[in-house]
Design a protein around this ligand. Structure first.
Ligand SMILES: Cc1cc2nc3c(=O)[nH]c(=O)nc-3n(C[C@H](O)[C@H](O)[C@H](O)COP(=O)(O)OP(=O)(O)OC[C@H]3O[C@@H](n4cnc5c(N)ncnc54)[C@H](O)[C@@H]3O)c2cc1C
Length: 346
């Protein structure tokens, strides 16, 4: 059965930018509809499966004493993590529920049927939405490794590893970026023997040498074995453990985390029906000279230099509430500005 709905702004995905935009526009009296595919993702990736829960786990891991049993301790840490994310998820839900002009559709996936037309499907129900503007805020998903065995039972991504059961005494991690390193440090503290395998000649290839070197030293001191310049060729599961085949010697592990980057979550959106081009990894292709796709409402910050950002804002006459309610592509910037400017006076 299908129903239809007309809205001024349709936001696909209850992520960082989308939820802020929906709240601001709704409070201004615009009719807004937010579609989110999963009740577990209300508030988006950052609070449910990424920034906040992983930092909570890092914090818990650092409080572990040498004598604490790794399995039991990890289970307790996961329980605390789950309590925290459930609270944040509920707060995020009520933040938009209390705005009269915002309609929420949860548990349904969106796909374009035309340039400003979207069909939202959940189970047997379908809703056809026509909007003056559609905001794509579907975020990203972990990149899947294209090697044999990468879909095996002991292969995890950054979401599934947070609830791994049983706790892995030996953990292999594929990747050398921030997510890989965050989990490497965390699981070493929880009591795993961690081996990090990265194809780069060093970890954190996007950072300066001295930064990467300091992080390398800190992880090595925590017991993480780091193998750089190594390609993963396959993963062989014998029913009890997994051998990671590499361009050097293999690594035996009880679990493997693949943290080899993330790709845009645009699969199934049928962007072509909206006349939107996508690139090789599903990224939306934008003409920088036109605001057709971005709508001109997007502010960006490349680094989290809050102090510099606020100094710049003061010079340009940007008010505190504009800063707080702005749409920032870097989630921590949004969180920091929300925190620092909680009750701004213009
Ligand atoms: C492990 C990890 C740790 C991180 N730590 C940090 C950190 O400490 N600091 C930091 O700044 N960043 C961190 N990040 C990055 C940060 O989480 C992301 O940059 C941010 O969450 C992206 O927000 P977003 O609004 O683009 O999308 P998301 O928050 O991902 O929101 C997209 C939403 O769209 C929904 N959706 C997708 N497709 C559809 C569809 N077709 N129909 C309906 N709904 C759909 C999804 O369910 C999701 O809820 C981390 C990431 C990871 C993986």
């Amino acid at each position: 059965m299908s129903e239809s709905l007309q809205t001024e702004v349709l936001v696909i995905g209850w992520g960082k930018a989308g939820k802020t935009l929906a709240g601001v526009l709704g409070r201004q009296g615009r009719s807004v509809t937010v579609v989110e595919q999963s009740a577990q993702m209300i508030g988006g990736t950052c609070i449910n499966i990424a920034c906040v829960p992983t930092k909570a786990l890092v914090h818990q891991s650092q409080a572990r004493r040498a004598g604490d049993d790794p399995s039991a301790y990890f289970r307790g840490a996961v329980h605390s993590r789950d309590t925290l994310t459930a609270t944040l998820n509920a707060v995020n839900r009520s933040m938009l529920e209390e705005v009269d002009q915002v309609r929420l559709v949860v548990g349904a996936r969106a796909e374009f049927t035309g340039p400003r037309q979207v069909r939202v499907t959940g189970g047997a129900q379908a809703l056809d939405i026509t909007a003056d503007a559609v905001v794509i805020n579907t975020g990203s998903v972990p990149r899947v490794l294209d090697v044999p065995g990468a879909d095996g039972p002991r292969i995890y991504d950054s979401t599934t590893l947070q609830h791994i059961e049983p706790f892995p005494p030996r953990l292999a991690i594929v990747g050398g970026g921030p997510v890989a390193l965050e989990f490497a440090g965390m699981f070493a503290q929880f009591g795993s023997q961690v081996t990090l395998i990265t194809r780069g000649q060093r970890i954190l290839t996007g950072e300066d040498d001295d930064v990467a070197e300091s992080v390398h030293q800190a992880l090595a001191a925590a017991g993480v074995q780091i193998r750089t310049g190594v390609d993963v060729l396959g993963m062989d599961d014998d029913g009890t453990h997994v051998d990671v085949r590499t361009s050097r010697e293999p690594v035996a592990a009880d679990a493997v985390l693949v943290a080899a980057g993330r790709v845009p979550a645009t699969e199934g959106l049928a962007l072509e029906r909206a006349g939107i081009d996508d690139g090789p990894e599903g990224e939306v292709v934008v003409d920088a000279g036109s605001d057709e796709v971005l709508g001109g409402a997007l502010h960006t910050v490349d680094a989290q230099e809050l102090v510099n950002l606020i100094a710049l804002a003061m010079r340009t006459g940007t008010t505190a509430s504009q800063l707080r309610d702005g749409i920032w592509t870097h989630p921590s910037t949004t969180e920091a500005l929300n925190e620092v400017l909680a009750s701004p006076r213009d």
